[in-house]
Design a protein around this ligand. Structure first.
Ligand code: ZN
Length: 707
């Protein structure tokens, strides 16, 4: 969403275990700034082979040694595959920067292999000496090494190592295959290493150390994390029980590693809370412990990645763990991935609605119970943006959306996808959505599944044909409009009307709520609609003054707020273009017009528009006009608290600058103090504003001005 109000973007990661990096786009500059929530990942993920693949991976034994200073790894990976039909050659993927020293079979015979001729392609074909028949096992051993190409999400550096499946650090037929793994990781002394499963052994030897991890059940990942420290801190929630000299950690605990005791305890408690919520709503967490570690050294924003039984979060997530407004859906979203798609993998990239959208929906469900204000904000934001941003991209694109960057993936897959889950509640009822999710998990845990599989379960549980719902909301891009038309009442204490739906197929059926406002209070009523026109009659205590359709925004549909948002976004984008071309008068006119499109500021875009208008006036040398707009930016709020803080802090910066230009030291001091007093995460979001040479944070600017 590269326009107006807020956009989310991120650096790489993939679906499976998503990453969150939030970014809002500085309106006027087109520059991105990291803010808070939002989810990222974008890396191309190979289409999963599904059920027609010739070979299935069963087991890995990997012995990997790292030289972090050089970014180097040396590995020997033995992979066991089962053929489902006659095969003579097997196609693998392995990062193209890794040099293969040899490939051998179970008898130790060297095998021929061919790397793809395409630059950067990880593809690799290994020829077997004897063809393998159906239901036979093939065991191949790869020896390879190399300096790993740097990537924000996969790195081998002196500050730590994270290698996700998507990095293709080991040879794979299917990076989401469920396999039993034994991974031995050798690192410098005082470093430690984590993989999925349980630690079998850890050995220190002179300058080195090694850690062996083994899975207790097949898992959908071979990701590993190495941290440059002995994990000194280890805080679990619930507290481990002391038992005859050792600590017993109860099943389904959350443990934070390598964090200061108070921070680790708080984060572990938060994650445990989320685990308990999903245990109640979906199923018991299958691993004994969910470990949380810090990763992504030096990277800004709410970044995270989930692998089976462990997750990593960025430094900002740790730093702002106590700040309620900092990406509140981040942890619940990441933890939801432990169920979807870590346990129930998705069959194809097109099924991404069952990975990212469901995680976002579950995060919203969690917030609805624990932090209703944040839950409402999440929905309001999505209802305002989702119809407007990338409206022609269907959810059926799934993870392919990440190819267009998070600007497309976030509003479609996260926001619109989450709203479609909520809409499903109005079609079959929340209890049946819950029952369907539980059943889906029960039937498919440990293997891949598709949207068609989920639809079948919903149909069984609801006894309804839901083809229209999935066709309309997943494959289609239309969004309904819902309104109420009053018809002649037959009695004075009755309200008679029709619910009108447009842009819907004749099979469209949903429960539409409405609030009828009367002098003696509101009357809530809900109607099960069918097709475009559904008549209804409600008994009311007096004349109805106003009807509010779908007051809790349960259905993904066009709203007045979304419509105004769309008009404003067009104008704000136009202003940004004009400003970047130095056409300040034109920019000013577009911004002024944007304000008229929403005179009562229902979109809450006003704060941002006032701020940008202030910048434009400031660049035009109009100090009074600039100051007036910045003062309004301080007074107004945006839809999310992080954005409110962001614009407020920067408005204080500009007000202080203007005061300095007028040699009004007292005002300048007051403004910098007011800005610094905000103490919010958004003050540390780096941004480069138009016409400025440097990227800076508000707190840096405020401190500089305070001197
Ligand atoms: Zn995710």
């Amino acid at each position: 969403m590269c326009i107006a109000v807020r956009a989310v973007k991120s650096q790489g990661a993939r679906l499976k275990k998503c990453l969150l990096v939030a970014v809002i786009f500085a309106v006027a500059s087109g520059h991105t700034l990291l803010l808070g929530q939002g989810h990222g990942q974008n890396e191309e993920k190979r289409a999963l082979p599904g059920r027609t693949e010739k070979v299935r991976t069963e087991r890995y034994e990997i012995d990997v040694r790292f030289e972090p200073e050089r970014g180097f790894l040396h590995a020997k990976a033995t992979v066991t595959l089962r053929a489902s039909q006659f095969v003579e050659a097997i196609e693998f993927e392995l990062n193209s920067r890794l040099q293969i020293l040899e490939v051998t079979d179970a008898q130790g015979r060297k095998l021929e292999f061919t790397r793809s001729g395409r630059i950067g392609s990880p593809k690799l074909l290994v020829r077997l000496i004897e063809p393998c028949g159906a239901e036979q096992d093939v065991t191949l051993t790869f020896v390879y090494e190399g300096v790993f190409p740097p990537h924000p999400m996969d790195y081998i550096t002196k500050d730590g190592i994270l290698l996700r499946d998507e990095s293709r650090w080991y040879p794979a037929v299917d990076i989401s295959a469920f396999t039993q793994n034994k991974i031995l990781i050798s690192v410098p002394s005082r470093w430690s290493a984590i993989a999925s499963g349980r630690m079998l052994s850890s050995i220190g030897y002179g300058l080195g150390a090694s850690f062996t991890w083994e899975t207790e059940q097949p898992v959908s990942s071979r990701s590993i994390l190495v941290v440059p420290r002995i994990t000194e801190g280890h805080q679990c929630s619930p507290q481990p029980v002391q038992e005859q000299g050792f600590q017993r950690i109860s099943m389904g605990s959350a443990c934070a590693d390598g964090l200061a005791e108070d921070i680790g305890s708080k984060i572990a408690a938060k994650v445990y809370n989320v685990l308990e919520f999903y245990k109640r709503s979906i199923a018991q967490f299958t691993f004994s412990v969910l470990r949380i570690n810090r990763a992504f050294p030096g990277q800004k924003g709410a970044i995270g990645y989930s692998a089976p039984a462990f997750m990593v979060v960025g430094e900002d997530v740790v730093k702002w763990h106590d700040h309620a407004d900092y990406a509140p859906e981040f942890l619940p979203h990441e933890v939801a991935h432990q169920w979807f798609p870590i346990e129930v993998a998705i069959a194809r990239e097109e099924d991404g609605w069952l990975a990212e959208s469901v995680a976002e929906y579950l995060a919203w469900r969690y917030l609805q119970e624990k932090n209703p204000v944040a839950a409402r904000t999440m929905v309001a934001r999505a209802m305002q943006d989702a119809p407007v941003l990338y409206p022609d991209r269907p959810l059926a694109l799934g993870l392919h959306l990440f190819r267009e960057g998070n600007e497309a993936a976030y509003p479609v897959l996260y926001q619109r996808g989450m709203l479609v889950w909520r809409t499903l509640e109005t079609v079959i009822g929340r209890e049946r959505v819950d029952a369907s999710l539980r059943d889906y998990y029960k039937r498919f845990a440990g293997r891949p599944a598709s949207i068609a599989d989920f639809r079948k379960i919903c149909e069984e549980i609801s006894g309804r044909d839901l083809a229209w719902f999935f066709e309309y909301y997943i494959n289609g891009t239309q969004i309904p409009e819902i309104s109420v038309r009053r018809t002649a009442a037959s009695a004075p204490n009755e309200f008679t009307g029709e619910i009108l739906l447009t842009n819907v197929p004749s099979e469209f059926q949903a429960r539409v709520e409405m609030r009828l406002e009367t002098a003696s209070g509101p009357v809530n009523h809900s109607v099960a609609t069918r097709g475009e026109v559904t008549p209804f009659t409600v008994t009311v205590p007096g004349p109805v003054q106003r009807v509010v359709v779908d007051p809790d925004l349960r259905i993904l549909r066009w709203t007045e707020v979304a419509r105004r948002n769309r008009m404003q976004k067009v104008l704000v984008t136009k202003a940004a273009e004009a400003e970047s071309n130095g056409k300040l008068t034109e920019a000013r006119a577009a911004l002024a017009k944007a304000l008229t499109k929403d005179p009562d500021n229902v979109t809450q875009n006003g704060q941002q528009i006032r701020f940008v208008l202030g910048q434009v006036e400031h660049r035009r040398g109009k100090r009074d006009e600039a100051a007036a707009n910045f003062r309004l930016a301080v007074a107004l709020t945006s839809l999310a608290p992080m954005e409110t803080d962001f614009y407020r802090a920067w408005a204080h910066v500009y007000l202080a600058r203007i005061a300095m230009q007028r040699s009004d030291i007292a005002t300048a001091k007051r403004e910098t103090r007011a800005g610094l007093a905000l103490k919010a995460p958004a003050l540390e979001t780096p941004v480069r504003w138009p016409g400025e040479a440097w990227e800076r944070t508000a707190v840096q600017e405020l401190q500089r001005l305070a001197q």
